[in-house]
Design a protein. Structure first.
Length: 608
């Protein structure tokens, strides 16, 4: 009884802002009988304290259907959106990037603001250009993005640790076995605001190598059946100490399994050295030549001669050259003052300047070397999971009836014979193009099954047409069994829509979102941040091609590419509870709001 009273008292103390260290001290002094339960007690106390103190616990109830909140402005910059993460430095901003071979830029989008009627929602307020960083090239394939503290921040005491964007260049759709895999970690910029609080235009910034931590990823040998696993999902621990990569696969009929790899500890240089198997780094260097015009020359005609910029500065940067660190000999920066034409090749400056101009102009030439350390990082496989299997039912907002996108009303006639297709294009394409109700399709009897003018005759138990009256499975069944029982299609039918395309870890470390082309799924981790304990919890949402759950959308299971918990700060009650998502080519943001309310707000005040 005394021990129980102490635990209850400590819980109340932690919920009111008590220090987590007090929990540790209490558990350390607990008697022998309580030691077996100490870890579980500590975990629950820390999670409860974190939820009440910050008001950012996960969603305990259901989510609303995806709603397209904003469209990108201007259009055309983000047109193949692939990853999304919510900023922690810039309120209301989310960071997104394109897929495949688009320019290697990251875009800041104003998703929300304090003013719910703000007409600037959807505006692109920042463009970060990563094109000048080492190993960036045409084949770089950004797949996912996360926001967390920058690496090596454990010993930072002079100022608050910095926030970084973690960008996974892990796509290997076309380069399995040959493509190098990287993680780019760049400092998140503080965006400027006007005196009214709104963001000032669009920041366009070329990311400096000084703001980069670069990691080359080496996977656990033998932990995957191809030379380089194809990974599209990545997530980080908020303190910047670890990241995880999750495989995209539809092998074995869609079952996978999908591998999960964990990084070493990036809390500090010492922790990395202690947990990373690889003992050497690479170094990338490039030369930078800056030539500043000191005296503006005049051509004989009196016209000012050409130069690269208004202040007469010409900057030339060489190509990055990378090799193992021990083999790199980096010379210190060297400053040279010379007349135009006095560099190593005898032709520094604008080659179009004539002799008369050269006679009246001198330059100060600075030669420097930029250097970036590339951390070779060994990732160990910590788990394998079966690809999430989508439940193809969805609940109508106005009724208690459930519908399946695979079921056909009993009122439809049974299809007779094989489906007739128009010459040149499949029935699926005709349906996607909205041709089903056109006269020529009806007169010729094209695509009756695909356009749902008739229903298939049940020939296999696995493809049986399920009626609306079919109730849910018994609650004692495992969640996976319930999902499988409620779907009409087989796993093989769904193999392509089960690819894991995105992930996000809740700040508490106790919940994980996984997004596939077929929906968004939530998993639990107990203890927090332990991916070996990953357990399926529920399907959050299914997604149509347009990102919604609308019954009018017939083209199901396509396009889901990015997912992130909401930490924009607007509204505060959705912090850590709402979900943002993006789908390729939609040029906008979708939001899934949590339907429950937390017990406390962000200031730890009780909510009625």
């Amino acid at each position: 009884r005394l021990l129980l009273a102490c635990v209850v008292s400590l819980l109340l103390f932690a919920a009111s802002g008590g220090l987590a260290v007090s929990v540790d001290r209490f558990l350390a002094s607990a008697n022998t009988d309580a030691e077996a339960h100490g870890a579980a007690v500590r975990e629950e106390l820390l999670l409860t304290a974190g939820r009440d103190r910050h008001g950012d616990g996960w969603c305990e109830s259901s989510y609303a259907a995806p709603n397209k909140e904003v469209r990108f402005n201007p259009r055309g910059l983000v047109n193949e959106e692939s990853g999304i993460a919510t900023s922690r430095m810039n309120d209301g901003v989310v960071w997104v990037h394109n897929d495949n071979f688009s320019p290697k830029h990251v875009y800041g989008i104003l998703a929300r603001s304090e003013n719910a009627e703000e007409y600037h929602h959807g505006s692109i307020v920042a463009v970060l250009d990563l094109e000048q960083l080492p190993h960036i090239g045409h084949n770089s394939d950004f797949e996912d993005i996360s926001v967390a503290r920058c690496p090596f921040q454990a010993n930072v005491t002079d100022a608050a640790p910095e926030w970084c964007l973690w960008i996974a260049d892990t796509g290997a759709n076309f380069f399995e076995g040959t493509k190098e895999i990287f993680m780019y970690v760049v400092k998140e910029p503080q965006l400027q605001r006007s005196y009214k609080g709104s963001y000032m235009g669009m920041l366009e910034q070329v990311v400096s190598p000084d703001d980069l931590t670069l990691m080359k990823i080496k996977y656990d040998p033998g932990s995957y059946y191809k030379e380089v696993p194809n990974v599209e999902a990545m997530t980080t621990r908020q303190d910047g100490s670890k990241f995880w990569l999750i495989e995209k696969t539809f092998s074995k009929g869609g079952d996978g399994p999908a591998g999960i790899w964990e990084s070493p500890d990036f809390s500090s240089q010492d922790s990395l050295a202690a947990t990373n198997v690889i003992r050497y780094n690479d170094v990338c260097v490039r030369s930078v030549v800056s030539t500043r015009l000191q005296e503006r020359g005049q051509q004989e005609e009196g016209e000012e001669f050409a130069r690269e910029s208004d202040d007469g500065l010409v900057v030339s940067k060489g190509k990055w050259k990378c090799r193992p660190e021990t083999a790199v000999d980096v010379h210190p920066a060297l400053t040279i003052r010379s007349v135009i034409g006095d560099d190593d090749n005898g032709n520094i400056g604008d080659g179009n300047i004539d002799d008369g101009a050269k006679a009246n102009a001198t330059t100060a030439t600075t030669k420097t070397v930029e250097q970036v350390t590339v951390y070779n990082v060994f990732l160990a496989k910590v788990n394998e999971i079966e690809n999430p299997y989508p439940d193809c039912t969805r609940e109508d907002s106005g009724e208690d009836e459930h519908f399946s996108i695979y079921e056909y009303p009993a009122s439809l006639p049974v299809c007779q014979g094989e489906e007739k297709e128009p010459e040149g294009h499949s029935c699926r394409k005709q349906r996607n193009w909205g041709k089903c109700d056109e006269d020529w399709m009806l007169e010729k009897g094209f695509c009756d099954l695909t356009c749902r003018r008739c229903r298939p005759a049940p020939r296999e138990e696995k493809l049986e047409v399920r009626s609306n009256e079919t109730g849910p499975s018994a609650p004692e069944e495992a969640a996976w069994v319930r999902l499988e029982a409620s779907c009409n299609g087989t796993k093989s039918d769904h193999r392509n829509v089960r690819n894991i395309a995105a992930a996000d870890l809740h700040e508490s470390g106790a919940r994980l979102l996984l997004a596939t082309y077929g929906g968004i799924f939530e998993y639990s981790l107990s203890p927090p941040f332990d991916f070996s304990s990953l357990t399926f919890e529920r399907q959050v949402s299914t997604t149509n091609r347009d990102g919604s759950e609308s019954h009018e959308s017939r083209d199901y299971w396509k396009g889901q590419e990015g997912v992130a918990y909401d930490y924009t700060g607007y509204p505060a009650l959705q912090r850590g509870r709402g979900i943002w998502s993006v789908s390729e080519h939609h040029q906008g943001l979708y939001f899934l709001g949590c339907k429950d309310r937390p017990s406390r707000d962000a200031n730890n005040n009780p909510l009625e």
